[in-house]
Design a protein around this ligand. Sequence first.
Ligand code: GUN
Ligand code: FE
Length: 432
Amino acid sequence: MNNCLILKGDICHTPVLGEIETLENGYVISVDGICRGVFSELPEEYRGLPVKEFPDALIMPGMSDLHTHASQFAYRGMGMDEELLDWLENWAFPEECKFADPAYTEKAYGLFAESMRKSATTRALIFATIHREATLALMEKLEDTGIVSYVGKVNMNRNSPDSLNEGSTEEAVKNTELWVKEALAKKFDHTFPIITPRFIPTCTDDLLQELGRVAREHHLPVQSHLSENPEEGEWVLELMPDISFYGEGYEKYGLFGKDVPTVMAHCIYSNPEEVELMRKNGVFIAHCPNSNMNIRSGIAPVRKYLQKEMRIGLGTDVAGGMSLSMFRAITDTIQMSKLYWRLIDQEAKALTFAEAFYLATKGGGAFFGKVGSFEPGYAFDAVVISDRRFTTLRKLTLKQRLEQAVNLGLDLNCLIAKYAEGRECLCIPDKA
Ligand code: GUN
Ligand code: FE
């Protein structure tokens, strides 16, 4: 059988929110990049085919990072004493200016792509900068990692430093359409453009309107930021006096899920109308707990979004977030939900490990289609993690091993293999 991949090891996934399924020493099978399921015995038709054995290693679905900034990777773990608007001015914008320089771009995006390759992430939605050429260079590098990604050339034409201001709406749109054309002409196999207005404060109304048109014309998805910080929210309502809530500013221009798939990062201060519109339009929420702590944004009501069966996944939001680790995002999601319950709303039960793991895999994976689970018919995205060093002291169940591996952050130093759509992104079995 061509294009068949069989992995053997200790398998974990969450087909249902809040329920981890495990199988020790089991098989998970991919044919043409599509999962055929999890098996305790190798089915007849696959006997005799090569099996990649990962004894005692954890095999789990790949992680979907629904929100991160490649262009801020260089200063991750620094400069987190300010709130959003000052932080953008003092940290994000000065760094992003540097991507006008091809030599800097080459180095900075090279480091980002290498870290992505070595992470447990198999799918990602990524912000670049306003620079067309740098964004194409990032896409080339991401294509090479094997992961599936959507990459956005950022749009900004107001309230931005001169060197990050795209100028007139006409110029910004021309540049963006040229980038879309060039990106599509590259015919990447698994790297795609996504329309990326940075957020309402940096985009004029006519630019937002044009971006809505471009997204519709090319059937491209949209990513942006929403209701992240109280001052930001007030500013948006001043800038657009005719709207009654932040999300309406995107909705008005076809950038809020109804016309094209849309991901909004944060959604901490969304009012009931905004929440209802997101639910109705199927907008994906990228919950970014590490960033929300670092730049003191707040705590998003994740339990409420789950109860309303909204679409939600996790994001690392580097460099508001300090790490590309999606394991860290899972841990932070749980911890933040505990504080939310204790300090804000005792009706909002804290998230369990199984729920947060689901968000990082199948929850966010849903943006890409059938992704983030080993159920038959799902895209075969898998990571293999060795937890050998940590299991010797006591006998743990497979569920306990998974929880410990995630909370100890083993994704960034114990990853031994990674597959996206059945494609090998990395395989270093000796590391186990
Ligand atoms: N809002 C607008 N731009 C940004 C950014 O770069 N990071 C975060 N966290 N929020 C934003
Ligand atoms: Fe962000």
